[in-house]
Design a protein around this ligand. Sequence first.
Ligand code: AGP
Length: 609
Amino acid sequence: MCGIVGYIGTDHAKEKVIDGLRRLEYRGYDSAGIAIPDGRKIRIVKAVGELKNLEAKASDPTFDAPVAIGHTRWATHGKPTELNAHPHGNMDNSIAIVHNGIIENYQELREWLTVEYGVKFKSETDSEVIAHLIGLYYDGDLLSAVNKAVADMRGAYAVAAMAAREPDKIVAVRKDTPLVVGHGSGFNMIASDVPALLKYTRDVYFIENNETVVLTKDSVVIFDEKGNEVERDIQAVEWKADAADKADYDHFMLKEIHEQPRVIQDTLFNRLNPDDSIKLDDISMTKEDIDNFNKIYIIACGTAYHAGLVGKMVIEKMTKIPVEIDVASEFRYRETFIDDRTLFIAISQSGETLDTLAALRDAKERGARILSVVNAVGSSIARESHDVFYTLAGPEVAVASTKAYTTQLICMYLIGLYMGSTKGTVGREYYEFILNELKELPDKVGRILLSEEKYKKLAERYHFNDHVFFIGRGLDSGVSYEGSLKLKEISYIHSFAIAAGELKHGTIALMDADSLVIALATQDRLYEKMVSNIVEIQARGAHIIGVAKEGRTEIEKTSDEVIYIPNCADEVAPVLAVIPLQIFAYYVALERGCNIDKPKNLAKSVTVE
Ligand code: AGP
């Protein structure tokens, strides 16, 4: 996924833009570039590979100005080459743009510009058409030219543009792809995501869909799609400036794994009143609303979907309302029974996953009440929901989601308790029991992290396995899907999760001495069944790593290794059971020499369908 950074102020924009791009490296990229006006036209410097290559190429001290736009490109249309890198200029480089997203009708626009106006394209990208369109419409007013260009475009885009004749402004526009403005005294910035801004300012404006923004060094003016000026409050980003850097960890992923005790604590305790009742920051759902719901959908992708698998069972148990769960990309093509008695819960770390956003819009159109569980403040999914429940995980930079997942689980429990206690389906005793279990989680997660060395040794012993199975029953089944995804997405091992009860219906045919099976058996009421599953698998020669609560030593007799988690109620075991699986995946990927924070082919937020 590409990264955009723009700066307009009184002094050297180049270093601030490149520094901002560095804060967006987690999004993955294969080339980068920067554009700076030199009074006559716009100079553009680009480089393939890492940002240091761009820095070297742009090191000429005369290549600087108080305004610049920059870009890190994740190739979609066209190979990662200098020509395809952004920024793109029109033919005489009087206009330059950077773009994140996909212009779906770029082919026809390219043809039209070539045939009708003799435009000579330099790159294979869809994005370049934007520069030529703006150049075509430009008559000295960049805002108007951008609006006309956008009217010709179809697709998802976040665009920042500059004109050589107006070096005192940057114009940006967004549709279905995030853009945020950083406001400072004597300067303003535009970026794809908050971490690019944190070193310079924590005061931000979130740009809404189909809005355009004009930045000068002293002003930020936002327009809606009709061209009306929009009043928007500044939001102060709570994250600490260093929150988006690795501190003294080798990888963001390991840092974020270790942040879990604190962020679980933050996500939980910031939601409790002194009397332990739950206070929900951005939720206006009333008792009438809650009593009115007769079905709940949980819709998400990837790890967020796996949090929903746990959420489904927890919320059903607490609210006695049927909960359907589906991956967003499938939900949209189903016959669904959504109406004004439906609660639609969208879970998303980035709040920008287009599959989830599109599903949310479908459900909203049909009258559902939209509650989103989101980590990125002010993101599209958050802004298009009726109610938002923020996971207070801070910036999650590693592509492999860890702390977002466990804080999403916390939100699932709190939503279940809040709705259940409001509806009367959760009594005081059970409410206090679960809440106390949740309050003990930060310490218990911290205790698990103390055994990191043990999970590292397991990874050293088993990192060569090319076929790994994760199995579990009930809540453990949802966690096994998350454990499997962690392993496959950073170590590229073919790992596979399946409900343990399903094994005998086919998959057990795959079990042999080369198989490694990670068997989750944390659910007391399903423990015996899981132990007998393990016996069946062991009979086929597979290696078994069991995961159980402390004291359940029966599993040792049938497993090669056992990972114990602190004792806890079945309901909250997923928050603990996933931690060793995260660490195991991390060290397996390390053993296999993989790029842990930026796995191949993956992006932190998938803003395309
Ligand atoms: C999980 O480790 C992956 N990064 C991916 O599956 C991710 O969870 C999925 O793309 C959903 O992202 P979101 O939570 O930002 O919507």
